[in-house]
Design a binder for this molecule. Structure first.
Ligand code: ADP
Ligand code: MG
Length: 624
């Protein structure tokens, strides 16, 4: 039986180590933050284990982190040691967790470096969850000695100098937890300094949940403060930011901070954050959605999802209530009256904060909306009670918003008196709807149209039939009635094709398009576009068609009404062709292409590349 085993690191870890060991970094002190964060995680996991299991090694040991700088003799390399009383690792866990498990963070870090030659690893390393390995920026050799909380497991040591292999061997360790012994590189000896280590703890780990001690000092290096339990008036903006960044390891500042307390109807201390980005970085310390739930300042759930409805899960933070019993378990939470009360308050306050942001800092809010707007749409679609709160928070681009986002309230406020409905156009992108033929009559009347270009918008339309007494109306609605135009602006019919000639063109559309359309008729509104597609009045759930197209589920192109512009040059040319040489290929090709182009503009075409051969054919005829 061997007592000492050697293992190969997983490939991506090997490559990562290669970079970490051999490069020079500016910002090496983050290695300590990573080790402290791992230690803190290990203690939180132990804490949860002991809630249900008292049969753990050293059940009553203090949960704390100790950092030591052992004396080194002249000429000896300098060392630092970081100890925790967390759940520890068995020999097998050391092998997998610290060497052979696939590390997605490592992979992404490497591919980021590979993709951009000019990138300085020290600028980006912090953003990747390469956590543990970052200590190889400062370490010549590392020994991780660990003893699991499982009573029968033996202590083991993991040893590596950052090269291809690591070793694992039995070790002597009586107490539970993990001890990391770092032999510093020559150029990293500055870290063997208690004062410096204390500074680093203050800078990066001040709010860590457990006490961190440096050296023999009885005084904690971190303040380990429950910021949420302080009165909001006593907390500086910068403290919120630090707390947030240490809690989430997000490099950005939060978009919004909500700190509040109440004593009735429930006791509640809460500190909530809205992050800037939807996708947390790979390094993110918070691995799941949910709020940290405390009772009497004791963590009872690290990712509580009962306090926030699904659609609000972008909110992160801490909720602490003395009204909750310490052993509130997941099962009882949902049926718990106090939890319901807490959830209601949390939701109300979070939404109130977003309203405030929207009002006071519209630009910042626009950024938020772009990132999380969908969450509110999901709220509208899934949460009946949310409607009144979220609709005023919706933002859209529009035909008159000039590249900015506008709200339903702003839209309504700018409606001329004669306008009774709120208009929107559905499509794939702002660019494509901006050229939609449907906008012709609205432009002529100077009416604003909202651009509904988020794929989720069609899902939401059934829930958004009305806002503040105004109906919302799709501009492709056949029954649409718009205010009369002034005489001078009226689309002039006398300039267009004579009735009989125009009817021949219509007839040709009918025979060419067949039952792909329900009707072909003259348009009363088109100005710049030759044709448009409108929805038959009896057509139900037309918004669903778009959804099916997006989901790619047995999508059939819906049958529409084709409206033709009798004043358009293209239509006049088409008539001349029909009259002079009715068999000319160009006639049918043009009609087909006009129809396909209209489908694309509507965002209804199943596969626009299918049009390419026809376009080529038309080009050949045009250049002949
Ligand atoms: P992450 O913390 O994102 O999981 P790390 O590279 O920092 O990634 O750590 C890898 C794994 O090693 C952790 O997930 C954990 O299982 C284990 N580990 C690291 N440090 C400790 C520790 N002090 N106590 C127990 N387990 C640890
Ligand atoms: Mg980590």
């Amino acid at each position: 039986m061997t007592t000492q085993d050697s293992y190969n690191f997983k490939t991506e870890v090997k490559q990562l180590l290669q970079i970490l060991v051999h490069s020079l970094y500016k910002d090496r002190d983050i290695f300590l933050r990573e080790l402290i964060s791992n230690a803190s995680d290990a203690m939180t996991r132990l804490h949860f284990e002991t809630l249900t299991n008292r049969d753990v090694l050293d059940a009553d040991a203090e949960l704390a982190i100790h950092i030591e700088v052992p004396e080194a003799a002249e000429g000896e390399p300098k060392r630092i040691i970081i100890k925790d009383s967390g759940l520890g690792m068995t020999k097998d866990e050391l092998i997998t967790n610290l060497g052979t498990i696939a590390q997605s963070g490592a992979r992404e870090f490497l591919s980021k470096l590979g993709a951009d030659e000019t990138l300085d690893p020290s600028d980006v390393i912090g953003q990747f969850g390469v956590g543990f390995y970052s200590l190889f920026m400062v370490a010549e050799e590392v020994r991780v000695i660990s003893r699991s909380y499982k009573k029968r497991a033996k202590a083991a040591a993991w040893i590596s100098d950052g090269s291809e292999k690591f070793r694992v061997e039995p070790a002597d360790k009586e107490d539970r937890g993990t001890e990391i012994q770092i032999t510093l590189k020559k150029d990293a000896e500055e870290f063997a300094n208690e004062w410096k280590l204390k500074q680093i703890v203050k800078k990066h780990s001040d709010f860590v949940r457990y006490p961190v001690y440096v050296g023999d000092s009885q005084e904690q290096a971190n303040r380990q403060e429950s910021l949420w339990r302080k009165s909001p008036s006593e907390v500086e903006a910068d403290e919120y930011k630090q707390f947030y960044q240490q809690m989430t390891m997000d490099f950005e500042e939060p978009v919004a901070v909500v700190h509040f307390r109440s004593d009735a109807p429930v006791n509640l201390r809460a500190l909530l954050f809205v992050p800037q980005k939807r996708e947390p970085g790979i390094l993110a310390a918070r691995k799941e959605p949910g709020l940290m739930l405390y009772s009497h300042n004791v963590l009872i759930d690290e990712y509580n999802t009962d306090l926030l409805l699904n659609w609000l899960s972008f909110v992160d933070g801490v909720v602490d209530s003395e009204d909750l019993s310490l052993n509130v378990s997941r099962e009882t939470v949902q049926s718990n009256r106090i939890m319901r009360q807490l959830a209601k308050t949390v939701k109300g306050r979070a939404l109130r904060e977003m309203k405030k942001l929207a009002k006071n800092e519209p630009e910042k809010y626009a950024g938020f909306w772009t990132e999380f707007g969908r969450a509110f749409k999901e709220g509208l679609a899934t949460d009946l009670e949310a409607k009144e709160d979220v609709l005023p928070l919706f933002r859209y681009y529009s035909s008159k918003s000039d590249g900015k986002l506008t709200s339903l309230d702003e839209y309504v406020a700018q409606m001329p008196e004669s306008q009774e409905e709120i208009y929107y156009v559905l499509g794939d992108s702002v660019k494509s709807v901006a050229n939609s033929p449907h906008l012709d009559p609205f432009k002529a009347r100077d009416l604003e149209v909202l651009y509904w270009v988020d794929p989720i918008d069609p899902f939401v339309s059934p829930m958004l039939a009305e806002y503040k007494g105004k109906k919302l109306r799709n501009v492709d609605d056949a029954g649409l009635e718009l205010p009369e135009l002034d005489e001078t602006d009226e689309v002039e019919t006398e300039d267009g094709l004579p009735e009989a000639d125009f009817n021949r063109v219509i007839g040709r559309f009918v025979t060419t398009l067949g039952d792909r359309v329900t009707e072909v008729r003259a348009s009363k509104v088109l100005k710049n576009s030759p044709i448009r597609l409108v929805s038959p009045e009896d057509e139900t759930n037309r918004d669903m068609q778009r959804i099916q197209r997006i989901l790619d589920q047995n999508y059939e192109v819906p049958k529409k009404i084709v409206e033709v512009n009798r004043n358009h040059l293209l239509i006049a040319n088409l008539y001349r062709l029909i009259a002079d040489s009715p068999d000319d290929k160009r006639i049918n090709l043009t009609i087909e292409q006009l129809y396909d182009s209209a489908l694309v503009q509507e965002g209804l075409h199943p596969n626009p590349t299918e049009m390419v051969p026809r376009i080529q054919q038309l080009l050949e005829l045009a250049t002949a």
